[in-house]
Design a protein around this ligand. Structure first.
Ligand code: NZQ
Ligand code: ZN
Length: 388
């Protein structure tokens, strides 16, 4: 078990009705609020009106940035920074999914960044000085409500880059706000949560039991409740469990004491989104089982991990280790297919045209040499091809 240092400064307000704390949280941070949101889902579900009502009653001065895109663009970050500077904003209130929260984190840091904002996104810096950020989460997926990271896209240069900006000061996580999430985004979000676990679970560290048990618990929760949420979108227990695992999965806690793996499926997926603007979790669900099959073939010494996955997550058993490992991967494929996730990249109209360029970028500077099983550029191209 490796050493670790961990701090999450975000205060989570989890559960029905927690928006009652919004006024007091914002009041402690300032008067001038930049309200950020996406393409309008918060208006359809009535949350926009609720928020505006609280802000008006509280006497807050509100500036709005709407239309933040899924896979948020650098242009939205630039616009947000301009609005913050022009209106002397004290605090950002992000209402939405990971894209709105990520974009708002980059805006919060961008206000203090001296230089080109794409340079801020593209160069590693650690968390930065930033405006305080409060969010109201509406989609269980990324864990952005409980981490410092944000992912920003530059479609002109086909780059999608994750970096750390700032942690939310507070996150309001009311599962009822996710009742309106479509089946497609619910399945995609759950695949993202599961991938955040896989990226750390599949590591060479054998003796970090707590992390492994937490990881398996998150996966089993996802497997139990995604089908329920798909069938009954307003099932509170299902939505609440999915929201709780969203925050835990990307928090770093399920990776306590474990080797850093470089998050290979995320590295590969960000290239798919950068080139084809696809939904993050869908790309991950297509890539993950192919990556699993590939590494199992490339390096059979990793079979033990897949055996554990098959036994502890899917409840499978058997004496033939290779067969058991493959059976676990097949169960995962079946689960994603039953959740309505597209089966391959061809369904998303993606061809092999850019695979080499994407692989080189995903593996920039041999980035994935420390992955659970090291990946070369050629390996990545093969994994992409298996996804067609
Ligand atoms: O834009 P609106 O109208 O709000 O609609 C959104 C969007 O179309 C909709 N939606 C959100 N909440 C809803 C809703 N529709 C109905 N009812 C609701 N309650 O869902 C669509 C997708 O929203 P988005 O915010 O893009 O989804 P998600 O939360 O999956 O975020 C994806 C982004 O986060 C990044 C991804 O790469 C991607 O750019 N990630 C961020 C991470 C982080 N900060 O730690 C880690 C992740 O691995 C990930 O890379
Ligand atoms: Zn993710």
């Amino acid at each position: 078990m490796l050493n670790y240092v961990h701090e999450i400064p975000t205060k989570l307000y989890f559960g029905k009705g927690q928006i009652s704390h919004l006024d007091e949280i914002l009041r402690s941070l300032g008067k001038k609020v930049l309200l950020t949101y996406g393409g309008g889902s918060i208006k359809k579900m009535g949350l926009y009106d609720t928020v505006i009502d609280i802000l008006k009653k509280g006497g807050f001065e509100v500036t709005e940035l709407s239309g933040i895109e899924p896979n948020p663009r650098i242009e939205s970050v630039e616009e947000g920074v301009r609005l913050c500077k022009e209106n002397n904003i004290d605090v950002i209130l992000a209402v939405g999914g990971g894209s709105t929260i990520d974009c708002s984190k980059a805006i919060a840091a961008g206000v203090f960044y001296d230089g080109d904002l794409w340079d801020m996104v593209a160069s590693y810096h650690g968390t930065l000085k930033a405006l305080p950020l409060v969010d109201i989460l509406t989609l269980s997926a990324t864990g952005s409500e409980y981490d410092g990271g944000g992912v920003i896209t530059n479609l002109k240069t086909h780059e999608k880059i994750g970096n750390s900006y700032t942690y939310p000061y507070a996150s309001i996580c009311d599962p009822t706000y996710t009742f309106s999430v479509s089946k497609y985004q619910t399945a995609s979000g759950t695949a993202d949560i599961m991938s955040h676990i896989f990226e750390g679970y599949f590591s060479r560290t054998e003796d970090s039991d707590l992390s492994d048990h937490i990881a398996e618990g998150v996966l089993k929760t996802a497997i139990k409740y995604l089908p329920v949420a798909l069938k009954e979108p307003d099932n509170y227990t299902a939505r609440a469990n999915l929201m709780a695992i969203s925050s835990v999965a990307c928090s770093g806690i399920p990776q306590y004491g474990k080797q850093d793996t470089g998050w290979p499926c995320h590295a590969m997926e960000h290239e798919l989104s950068a080139f084809y603007d696809i939904t993050h979790g869908i790309g991950l669900a297509i890539l993950t089982p192919r990556w699993m099959r590939f590494i199992l073939e490339k390096d059979p010494s990793c079979t033990w991990r897949f055996v554990r996955f098959a036994k502890n997550v899917w409840g499978l058993d058997g004496d033939d280790e290779k067969a058991l490992a493959i059976a676990g991967i097949e169960k995962l494929e079946e689960f994603f297919a039953q959740s309505g996730i597209p089966k391959n990249l061809t369904e998303l109209k993606i061809t092999d045209e850019h695979f080499e360029e994407m692989a080189a970028h995903a593996n920039d500077g041999n980035y994935l040499k420390d992955a659970f099983v090291a990946l070369t550029n050629e390996d990545i191209v093969e994994i992409y091809k298996a996804c067609l």
